[in-house]
Design a protein around this ligand. Structure first.
Ligand code: NI
Length: 176
């Protein structure tokens, strides 16, 4: 099922998400829904809080930009190492149609659980995956890429998002 994606500013995007403790059917349904929602929105990554579910679940698919990339599920992920610096042009499904340069690490190592609860580790170096990992894990802490921008830029984007949401509300509710 495709879910609505929360648009910033929304208080739920600022919450710290809770670790997953049950690796059951409802988790598999959530993961399936997250992939469907991400692909429908043409994104490369999605974190559960972006659909209002405050759990530490991330899905990423950086194909075809990253050669050999496959769909990835990361439960309770944590960054174990960061190296180097790089300016990336970054966007977010919760901040539609905005792209800004953000400084991130060039290389990251991450440890996470898969949907069966098995631990795995991965590294990404200079690829879109390296960016997506840092961006999506930040969502689990209530962070967004706009937090890295100047307050002036963030304010401009916030006004555009607020107008976008008001327009969407009027369309959904013409008499209001
Ligand atoms: Ni995002």
């Amino acid at each position: 099922m495709v879910h609505d994606i929360l648009i910033w500013p929304d208080p739920r995007l600022r919450e710290v998400s809770a670790p997953v403790t049950e690796f059951d059917e409802s988790l598999k349904t959530l993961i399936k829904d997250m992939f469907e929602t991400m692909y429908a929105a043409k994104g490369v990554g999605l974190a559960a809080p972006q659909i209002g579910i405050l759990k530490r679940v991330v899905v990423i698919d950086t194909s075809p930009q990253d050669e050999g990339a496959r769909p990835l599920v990361l439960i309770n992920p944590r960054i174990t190492r960061k190296e180097g610096k790089r300016l990336w042009s970054e966007g977010c499904l919760s901040v539609p149609d905005e792209q800004e340069k953000v400084e991130r690490a060039e290389k990251v190592a991450v440890t996470a659980l898969d949907e069966e609860g098995r631990e795995f580790s991965l590294e990404a170096d200079g690829t879109l995956l390296a960016l997506a990992l840092q961006h999506e894990l930040e969502h689990l802490e209530g962070g967004l890429f706009v937090d890295h921008l100047s307050s002036l830029k963030r304010g401009l984007i916030k006004r555009r998002m607020t107008r976008l949401k008001e327009a969407a509300r009027r369309t959904a509710n013409p008499k209001a």
